[in-house]
Write a protein that binds this ligand. Sequence first.
Ligand code: FES
Length: 139
Amino acid sequence: MAVKTLKRSFWQRLLGKPVTSPPLDASCWSFSEGKVVVDLSRAPELSKPGSAVRLEGVDLPKRILVVHGDDGEYYAFCNQCGHGGRRLDPVPETNTIQCCSIGKSTYSYEGKVLAGPAKKPVTLFPVQKMENLLEITIL
Ligand code: FES
């Protein structure tokens, strides 16, 4: 599996500024009873393989990175690097995600560490796709 580095400036990495944004329509997702439901029809950011959004909020117990993988599948990761806890981004056309920080720890879609200083894998949450809805079980 290829390990590539996302192009980011030194300052972006130092400050831990991720490429991935929250969805423009903040109401495209909801959280209840341990499950996050994302309405893909209201999250155009996830329409193409290689794309992603980050979900964060006061009621959500864990930050989530939702990735529309290069393989066409959807993945949901705990958005916390196994090294220092910084946020993650997908690296297009590599089937990997990468820490936005200086260390650039890189993980497979299974959450396994492929490169960088992280010693712990990233947690992957189960995702079920039903028509235009993604159901992510986080608890
Ligand atoms: S916090 Fe991710 S590599 Fe250090």
